[in-house]
Design a binder for this molecule. Sequence first.
Ligand SMILES: Nc1nc2c(c(=O)[nH]1)N[C@H]1C(S)=C(S)[C@@H](COP(=O)(O)O)O[C@H]1N2
Ligand SMILES: [Mo]
Length: 504
Amino acid sequence: MAGLATSYFVAMVMTIRESPVVAVAELVIRLTPGALVERAIRVLGHHDKTFLVIVLLVILGLLFAWAGRLARRSWWKPLTVFAAIAGLGLVAIAVQYDPQLTDVLPILVGFVTWVVCLSVLTDALRSEERRAARAAAADPGDPGDPVEPRRPARRGFLLGAGLMAVASVGVAVLGRVLGQGRRHVEETRRLLRLPGVSEPDAPSGVSVGLEGVTPWRTPNDSFYLIHTALIPPAIEPKDWQLRIHGMVDREVVLTYADLMARRPTEAWVTLNCVSNPVGGLLIGNAWWSGVRAADLLREAGVQDGADAVLQTSDDGWTCGTPLAALTDDRDAMLAIAMNGQALPIDHGFPVRTLVPGLYGYVSACKWVVDWEVSRFEDISAYWTQRGWGELGPVKMSSRIDVPRRDDEFDAGEKRIGGVAWAQHTGISAVEVSLDGGAWQTTELGNAETIDSWVQWSTTLTIEKGDHLLRVRATDSTGLVQTGAEADVLPDGATGWHEVHFNAV
Ligand SMILES: Nc1nc2c(c(=O)[nH]1)N[C@H]1C(S)=C(S)[C@@H](COP(=O)(O)O)O[C@H]1N2
Ligand SMILES: [Mo]
């Protein structure tokens, strides 16, 4: 019970999913022949899932009882039973729609709870059993029935089990109460209609049409996620406010309704993480809709001498953003939508900041609630306190998506491709070099804006054997991407992405 309760708690509080037991019920429904499911629905109406969950709980209860009996003689046999149950839960979670890494947490926490509670409750009893067995072996006249455990051990067990039962109910009820807020926010988010927010398809010509090259537009559910908060804040739009204060003439307080009432500014923008290694995947491109930061700051009246805005998230995370990047013509925004949908909770619902050309850690504050106009010398922010650079402009880079590392394919003509970005400057060329040979130009997909990545591709004739492919970009000012390797710390990686592959 305790393990079910803690896993339910974690699922309720940290995710927007049901408990793992429900995932197993859904798996059972999926694996049941359609005709049988239909008949069950006819008999049970729409309580079929509830019914199935109750059946599962009864089965679990029997398995737990059996594991408890096994615990009399062995510590590892019951653990195997629990591990098998947890394994089933993992399978059920892995096959559900859009599984996330955090969805595994309820299972882990539940399993650890089982291990700990089982050992706390049964260790003393097991040594009693062994004592009784020894006594029986020493005295052949003894009928061999297990002796009643000594009273302290028994009393301890009953007390422990009782406490755990009470705590389990408490944990489950608490999870339900806390989880409801989060689910309500998700429901509100799903039903939001945002006036003026559009949902365009990727513009024509941006794709080079090569399978294996990352899609030009990154869908919300596969967009990379980075945040320090263990549990992303769930904020009702009606409770959200942004306070703009500090070195301003007039303090401004904005509500979500205020943002919705303004005509949104919209743009394709690529978001980069400073921790993205050369060739890495911590980058995505989306259609963002929101309100121009420059307009808001003008309304507040920024005072002379200010050069930074200290942004604070509802979760306490902070970042210092260069004021110039928020007020120049790049249309930095308070974003409310991503690819035409209200921001997903994990991506900062209801409101986050988005600044083309700056790494996320200095600019893209999710669940943003406070802007303090200030000076860099007077502020310190989450990552800059930890040794990361203050300004955080995105460095030009390029990546090979096809072929993948250690791919093997037939020698001959081979189409290759990938992506490149020089955010807020623009890419003018992408070149590749095979086995250290001369740099050859590639064809670029349409560059819809200088703030998004571009796709590149070309066809190479490849001979049998091992090969090394390198890529480098040139930006619109003529600057060629450096091959000098730098680590992601303190302000972003540099170097050429290279891929080994084999032609047969
Ligand atoms: N509140 C908050 N906002 C944050 C962060 C964070 O840890 N907390 N991480 C930042 C970093 S380092 C990046 S790269 C981007 C990632 O945004 P995404 O998770 O929507 O892709 O968010 C930024 N905004
Ligand atoms: Mo990041």
